[in-house]
Each structure stands twice: as structure tokens, then as C-alpha cells.
Write a protein that binds this ligand. Structure first.
Ligand code: KIV
Length: 287
């Protein structure tokens, strides 16, 4: 690419304009090299707080900090140039005073260069979403199964399977929409609820464990690539990264143990002429 043909990143208005149009392709990303691979294929990369579980081995997302999100957001921005990058606001960073939420989200945007934040949404967060959007921060909502509420729910559990819960999830989505969210993630809901929400809100909906009738889809990249033995029901595996790593590492271990690695092609030789006797003394086997 020449210096003059700069690639323009997808923006929040671009995503909102895709409502009802070509499905929006989204994946999670936490590191620069993976972001670089995903970037040409995706409209939106989410630096999800799932990073706590996927990368840091935490039992859930509650322990994720703003510093972790900023560090991974910086990495994903360095690795991408096309997709819109959205960073999750971690648990405890936005649920209190809207001014604190705005200050924390401002840090995320300033320190990472990402274009938007995501919050787990509902009527209780609507005023905060509006506060941030009105002051220049695009916000994505996240409704249905809200992983940060795991300690209230007791476990990760699909939502909207009773009439009461359907109304609750619908209200969460409507609240995020009316507050100005540019898009809404719907996670882990009854399959018939997602199209109902999609029809009810102005913002495009991004499904995960929801329905093909959403305006876009997202998956945790490491899940769809097959990094773990167990994945949620709604994940389709498009790869076997765990198997590939296992095979590669077992071959490496066998080569190290058998002294087959490194070979001559994988070691350095002196550029200057070294007398043969000095090479023998050094143990250099190359000619
Ligand atoms: O944290 C995350 O990865 C998410 C997606 C599952 C939507 O919120």
C-alpha cells in the first residue's frame, strides 16, 4: 500500500447504517498478530472482557480491570487498520456515576485509539449510555446473557425463555437503543426473541447464541478456532487450533529430545573467516 492510499476504518455510523442490510461480521480480538489476521475479514473487532477468561485464565469476567482492557485494546489497534475496534468496559468501571463511566471510557478511547466502548446494558445503564453518547463516545450495548452479572445469576444461563424474562431482555434492548447505542449485542437468548428485538430497535443487533436473524454475528475467536476442549452450544468450530498446537509442540519436544533441533540452517555462522581449528575448538560443525 502506498503512503497515499490510506485505509479508512469502519466507523460507528457505518455499522449503524448496516441495519437490515449485509450482515455485520464481528469477532473478538485481544492481541496484535491475531487482530492482523482477522482485520481484512471483519467489520468490527471487539476487545471483549472475555480476555480475562480466554487469555488470563480467570473463572469469569468480573476480575477484569480497566488496565487489562486498555493494554489489549492498544495491541488490537496496532494489529488492525480496517475494522472498527470496540473495547469492553470491565465490571465496576461504568455502573456507578455516569461521570465516572465517561472518565473511564475517555481513558479507553484516548489510550487505545479505539473508536467505541461496549457496556452490559439495561434500563439502569441507559442514562449512562446517553451521557457518554451525548459527549462523543459511541457505545455498544450488550443484552440477554450478561456475563458480568454471573454472581447474581449464579451461572452463565440463556435468557428470555420465560415470558417475564423475554420482557426483561426486550426492555434492556429498548433502553440501550433509546439511549443512543450504535449497535446492540444480544447474547444467549431464546431463538425467537432475537428477531423480535431486531425488529423493535433502531440499532443493528449482533447475535451470539441468539439467531441468524440478527443484523450481524459475533463469536469469541478462540472458541470458533477450537482452542478449548469445551465450547458453548452456540459456537460453531471453524478450526482445531488446540489440535494443531498440540501436534506442533509434541514434534518440537521430540526434536529437542532427539537433538534434531536446531539444525545447521537454524543456527548462525560467523561471517568472517575463522581458522578450522578454532571452529573445532568452538564446536562449530559447519564448513
Ligand atoms: O467479552 C466478549 O467477548 C463479549 C462477546 C462474547 C460479545 O462480550
Amino acid at each position: 500500500m502506498s503512503r497515499h492510499t490510506e485505509i479508512r476504518r469502519v466507523t460507528a455510523p457505518d455499522i449503524t447504517a448496516r441495519k437490515g442490510g449485509e450482515p455485520i461480521v464481528c469477532l473478538t480480538a485481544y492481541t496484535a498478530p491475531v487482530a492482523q489476521i482477522l482485520d481484512p475479514h471483519c467489520d468490527l473487532l471487539l476487545v471483549g472482557d472475555s480476555v480475562g477468561m480466554v487469555v488470563h485464565g480467570l473463572p469469569n469476567t468480573v476480575g477484569v480491570t480497566l488496565e487489562m482492557m486498555i493494554m489489549h485494546g492498544q495491541a488490537v489497534m496496532r494489529g488492525s487498520q480496517h475494522a472498527m475496534v470496540v473495547v469492553d468496559m470491565p465490571f465496576g468501571s461504568y455502573e456507578g456515576d455516569p461521570r465516572d463511566a465517561f472518565a473511564n471510557a475517555t481513558r479507553v478511547l484516548k489510550e487505545t485509539g479505539a473508536q467505541a466502548v461496549k457496556v452490559e446494558a439495561g434500563p439502569q445503564i441507559a442514562a449512562t449510555i446517553a451521557y457518554m453518547v451525548d459527549r462523543g463516545i459511541p457505545v455498544m450495548g450488550h443484552v440477554g446473557l450478561r456475563p458480568q452479572a454471573v454472581n447474581v445469576d449464579g451461572k452463565f444461563r440463556a435468557k428470555g425463555r420465560t415470558q417475564d424474562e423475554r420482557q426483561k431482555v426486550l426492555a434492556e434492548a429498548r433502553a440501550a437503543d433509546e439511549a443512543g447505542a450504535f449497535a446492540i449485542v444480544i447474547e444467549g437468548v431464546d431463538e425467537s426473541l432475537a428477531p423480535e428485538i431486531t425488529a423493535a430497535v433502531r440499532a443493528p443487533t449482533i447475535g451470539i447464541g441468539a439467531s441468524a436473524e440478527c443484523d450481524g454475528q459475533i463469536l469469541v475467536t478462540d472458541d470458533m478456532l477450537g482452542l478449548f476442549d469445551w465450547t458453548p452450544k452456540f459456537v460453531r468450530r471453524y478450526g482445531d487450533i488446540k489440535g494443531a498446537i498440540d501436534k506442533a509442540v509434541s514434534e518440537y519436544a521430540a526434536d529437542v529430545r532427539g537433538r534434531r533441533f536446531p539444525a545447521a540452517a537454524e543456527t548462525y555462522a560467523l561471517k568472517v573467516n575463522v581458522p578450522p581449528q578454532a571452529r573445532v575448538a568452538r564446536g562449530d560443525k559447519r564448513g
